[in-house]
Design a protein around this ligand. Structure first.
Ligand code: FAD
Length: 333
């Protein structure tokens, strides 16, 4: 089966559950909680036991208070310091290690985002533990499910580590309600480690369209678009007609049709929108690995044998240079 089923409830014995204590690492930017990082909280809740959230950065008390309202969190630990503001892993990893050691967590969880992927391996190394990445299912306090071989196989693995560290795929762990909680909010320990890394600047792609990873709808284009001009003429217009984010295959990115930040797949972004509509994409396994959890997959391809049709819920065998403008016009009308 190429498309992963929603994980079932964890059959944990209540006695074991009482001893579980999970730390969910939250992300923030400019004093705002990143809602997609709440997938770590959802995974911690699936384990059972006590859930503590952690956030660090400049002026993060307000983020900690906001996180305190998320359902199912017992405690929020925050560290207010500009040294951790941009989530530089060289600074953030020793900070987390100190806070993990202080409270003795059994599980440490982060989202499988650029931040989580950058951070957790360093934390695991400092603690001398093995970590698991891109977890899509939890079947017990030590049994985890994750895709391997670019999603070609699903691995169920048992961890014997005393502290289990893992990143989770957002699509597999939908964020909990952000209201109704009343967690205790406390300051954590700041080891004030001397770091040789400091954040200098960043150059972000600005877009009026929804964020690719959290968008409800995504319209992606592939090599079938033939050129950057055609990609830019057809794909954004269709995306705007649907209020969707724009995505691309790696072949489209490598051919210079689309920006690298738009790549969906194994070496790009993982998306799981309500609707994933793609045109001129063959459906290579590395592309599917980043979008196959989408609720509805619609594909336009002129080749009826294209592998994308094996995972698509809706398929249109046609020349995209005719069908995409036609669809855009009909949606606008
Ligand atoms: P193609 O495979 O060339 O497909 C183009 C499709 O367009 C064809 O199916 C064709 O029938 C159709 N087409 C052509 N003209 C028209 C037309 N006029 N109308 C309608 N349809 C038309 N790929 C990713 O996407 N994301 C990744 O993250 C990624 N990571 C990778 C990691 C590794 C380690 C490796 C080895 C590969 C990775 N790839 C990734 C690449 C992947 O294997 C494919 O090469 C890539 O996804 C193909 O992109 P595509 O479907 O746009 O192009």
């Amino acid at each position: 089966r190429l498309r992963i089923q929603a994980p079932s409830a964890v059959p944990l014995h209540s006695v074991i559950a009482r001893f579980l204590s999970s730390l969910a690492i939250l992300e923030q930017r400019d004093g705002k909680l990143n809602p997609s990082s709440l997938s770590a909280v959802a995974a911690a809740q699936k384990l059972g036991g006590t859930v503590t959230a952690f956030v660090a950065g400049n002026g993060v008390k307000s983020v900690a208070d906001e996180a305190g309202k998320v359902q199912g969190i017992a405690k929020v630990v925050y560290v207010d310091s500009s040294a951790y503001d941009r989530g530089l892993p060289e600074n953030y990893a020793p900070l987390l290690v100190e806070n993990i050691k202080k409270d003795g967590f059994t599980h440490v969880i982060a989202g499988h985002s650029a931040f989580g992927k950058n951070l957790l391996p360093r934390v695991a190394a400092l603690l001398d533990k093995q970590m698991l990445s891109d977890v899509t299912g939890i079947e017990g306090d030590d049994i985890f499910v994750r895709p391997i071989y670019a999603g070609n196989a699903v691995l169920k693995t048992q961890s014997t580590e005393s502290i289990k560290l893992f990143t989770v795929r957002g699509a597999a762990f939908p964020a909990p309600e952000t209201i109704g909680g009343s967690a205790e909010v406390v300051e954590g320990v700041d080891p004030k480690v001397e770091s040789q890394t400091e954040w200098v600047s960043e150059n972000l792609t600005k877009s009026e369209r929804p964020d690719l990873v959290s968008a409800n709808r995504v319209v992606s284009g592939g090599r079938g678009l033939k050129s950057k001009e055609e990609f830019e003429r057809l794909i954004p217009a269709l995306a705007d007609a649907l209020g969707a984010a724009v995505g691309a295959s790696r072949a489209a990115v490598d051919s210079g049709f689309a920006d690298n930040s738009l790549q969906v797949g194994q070496t790009g972004k993982n998306v799981a929108p309500q609707l994933y509509l793609c045109a001129g994409i063959s459906g290579a396994i590395q592309h599917l690995s980043g979008m196959k959890d989408s609720k509805v997959i619609a594909a336009i391809n002129k080749d009826p044998e294209a592998p994308i049709f094996q995972v698509a819920d809706v398929g249109l065998v046609s020349d995209l240079f005719e069908s995409v403008p036609e669809l855009t016009e009909k949606l606008k009308a």
